[in-house]
Design a protein. Structure first.
Length: 367
């Protein structure tokens, strides 16, 4: 393929995946509201878009609330969007875009399915917007690290003490938990011996990394939730302390863009977790039917989203000192120790001394 054809194909795939991500964000909000309602013994949204079905003499609402995301979008679109008098207008308007764009860019390197051919196009070595990038992990770390700038700039530009405090908390939280996440990401890289996400997925064909490294998976998931600023790590928008935090001065579609960024980043980080630890698009019969890769990966993303919602419904918010203490005194030391032990075991396995040590321990214990 010529460079022009490759660029056109990447643009088309990027548009399709971005559209799917935006649609997924809308229904992730509905999923969260429905799951939270069920966990709290409530009904949840059930008015917009239901299909009335007669059932035993009364009406039963099928797909109740299915159009609730569309109703919310229309409400935000037509809501008044005032700009406060003393804000930095350029930065104030730029911040929501800086929050949304990284959440979409993360998906550029995610492998969605194995290699297959569709008409004149052949997707190799796997289906992605930018397949075959050998530094895909570095790309993800770079994009996730710049996503906090939108929140910090929104807090600073709003000219509000509540917003500034929310932005400062976001930066401190990001620094605290990104260290643990960055160290844990090195473990799948070492186990697959590659920073290419497709090769990391292929290395999990025999067994998922979450089975071999459950502690690393838990640490990554907790650090990802802290990166998302989701409950119980949502200190930057603590209503009791900061009114609404960094977005207190935003309304209408600009507020909606921050809302969109949060849920799109939930989807993106769930896709990353599934790729690193749950085999990505891997699953039964995926070699015979490559389209199953999409189904497997989307199913794993939905499972991760459900876990995030479940944790939000189950745990109260940390105090700020507990948040910092947990990141620096608990999560980071465990991540470093786990990384060192894994590195030592991998080196021993490559040199052939690990099996001899296991045999010696087995002989000592069982004779």
């Amino acid at each position: 393929m010529t460079p022009g054809e490759i660029a056109i194909r990447a643009l088309i795939i990027g548009f399709i995946i971005s559209f799917a991500n935006i649609t997924g964000f809308a229904y992730t909000t509905l999923m969260e509201r429905k799951v939270l309602a069920r966990l709290q013994h409530r009904v949840g949204p059930n008015r917009a878009g239901y299909i009335p079905i007669p059932w035993r003499g009364r009406e039963k609402r099928f797909l109740g609330g299915f159009m609730q995301p569309a109703a919310d979008a229309v409400k935000l679109f037509f809501k008044e969007d005032p700009t406060p008098a003393k804000v930095d207008k350029i930065t104030y308007n730029l911040a929501p875009m800086l929050a949304v764009i990284p959440a979409i860019l993360i998906l550029a390197v995610i492998p969605w399915a194995p290699a297959f051919k569709l008409g004149p196009w052949e997707f190799t070595p796997y289906f992605a917007i930018a397949p075959g990038i050998n530094v895909g992990v570095l790309f993800i770390l770079a994009i996730t690290s710049i996503s906090v700038y939108g929140i910090i700039l929104a807090g600073w530009a709003s000219n509000s003490k509540y917003a500034v405090l929310g932005g400062i908390r976001a930066s401190a939280q990001m620094i605290s938990y990104e260290l643990a996440m960055g160290i844990i990401v090195l473990i799948p890289i070492m186990m697959a011996n590659s920073m290419n996400l497709g090769e990391i997925v292929e290395a999990q064909r025999p067994i998922w990394f979450i089975m071999i490294q459950p502690l690393a998976a838990i640490i990554f998931f907790l650090a990802a939730m802290a990166e998302l600023q989701r409950a119980p790590f949502d200190l930057l928008e603590a209503e009791q302390e900061l009114s609404a935090g960094f977005n207190v001065e935003y309304a209408g579609m600009r507020f909606g863009m921050f809302f969109m960024a949060e849920y799109m980043k939930m989807i993106s980080l769930s896709a990353i977790f599934a790729t690193f630890f749950m085999g990505g698009y891997g699953g039964p019969f995926v070699d015979q039917f490559p389209a199953l890769g999409f189904v497997y990966l989307i199913g794993k993303i939905i499972f991760c989203l459900f876990l995030m919602i479940w944790i939000r419904a189950s745990l109260p918010r940390f105090r700020y000192d507990q948040l910092m203490s947990f990141g620096w005194k608990t999560l980071l030391p465990i991540a470093v120790l786990n990384f060192i032990i894994t590195a030592v075991l991998i080196v021993m396995a490559e040199e052939g001394t690990l099996q001899a040590m296991i045999d010696s321990v087995r002989l000592f214990l069982f004779g």
